[in-house]
Design a protein around this ligand. Sequence first.
Ligand code: PLP
Length: 476
Amino acid sequence: MKYLSTRGFPQKKSFCDILLEGLAPDGGLYLPEHYPHIDAEELKKLESLFFQEGYASLAFHLLKLFIDDIPSEDLKELCDKTYTKAVFGTEEIAPVRVLHEGLFIQALSNGPTLAFKDMAMQLLGNLFEYELNRKNQELNILGATSGDTGSAAEYAMRGKKGIRVFMTSPKGRMSPFQQAQMFSLLDANIFNIAIEGVFDDCQDIVKAVSNDLPFKKLLKIGTVNSINWARLLAQVVYYFAGYFQAKKLSPKTHISFAVPSGNFGNVCAAHVARMMGLPIHQLIVATNENNVLDEFFKTGIYRVRSSQDTHETSSPSMDISKASNFERFIFDLLDRDGALTNKLFSTDIDAQGFFDLSADPRFQAIRHKFGFTSGSSTHQNRLETIKDVYTKYQEIVDPHTADGLKVAKTCAVEDEVVVVLETALPIKFAATITEALGIEPSRPKSFEGIESLPKRVVEMPADLQQVKDFLLENVK
Ligand SMILES: *Cc1c(COP(=O)(O)O)cnc(C)c1O
């Protein structure tokens, strides 16, 4: 299996070549040159394999279709080591539960940081360690986070050989729980840097370091952002697992997924699963007030927002100005025309801030051919949904999951079960739960009292040179 860029760069690469890379050299995103097809018979085999041998085994069988440069035994070992009850809390890893006969929830948020990013990041940590060891290399990950991504990366990379993580975050702006989660990691290879500023200041510093190529090379700096193909690939697995469980629980003809979306990483994995032949009926894209994606699926116009136009909401992990994985879907939509994708995402977006596919017949076929539908949600919707779910089912859902539930309701059709992905546990966003219900969500035992644990964090002004000096001091 070779990988190509969405912008038409001629050279193809293998999985391990792109594993530690970010963007392709032409600024595009990597995709496999084709999607392996799973026919009905093979799907049946995977289904019984999942119920007999479990999630790790399903992951191995799916991943090996995309990865041909890691020996099978090693890949199997990596999957077995990653997807365990000890790390993800249940035997099922991503269990599906019933709210009512047409509405299920799939929990992706029982990993170490209580958000779905663990599902992929835990595998990435093991893949990185394996590949760096094989190449006899080191990697220093530099990132910026406003919450979920940074802590998932740190929990995945802690204690890993050959890897250090330097994570910048805006000082005092994450929730107390999120701060405690990150800063209480005392591992020698994890460095928390609290920047006096906002998230954009952190991101600007990371970008400036990445653009300083000699420095980047000298210190072997890399990233783990959501455009990494391996992360997306790891997410494909839980759609299969979710589909099999839903099918077992429901006699309905159609099975669909509703996905709380920001950067389009999660739902892009659903798109890949569907392209492989998993018979998902609808892919329901749920956004919050930052409705870039909902606008596209409704109008055919993809319009990037300015930072002034990007709202701070109560489902903050979906607060995006553009959806960084969206280019992957557009490339498929346009029959994999790299030149046209390049024109849309570099020329059109740079010149006018948007592109318009409303007149393209391929846009008209999106729903039929690719299954996509969409909707958006507001703070008020979120509060009402949280209250409604609590009243009807005595369950507390987090605000992102509430966005998924709200939109699922508006998109559901006859004889269909919609599986809403639970992307975080409510305790991470306790303030919104308290606003909706007047009570605090409970927290898993292992997180009791984390706010009072010793902390390891350095504080710095938003100053590029000071961050660079800190990296130089700590990379030995
Ligand atoms: C990251 C995140 C999302 C958005 O996922 P994308 O892959 O960026 O679409 C939704 N909910 C939570 C809790 C997240 O952490």
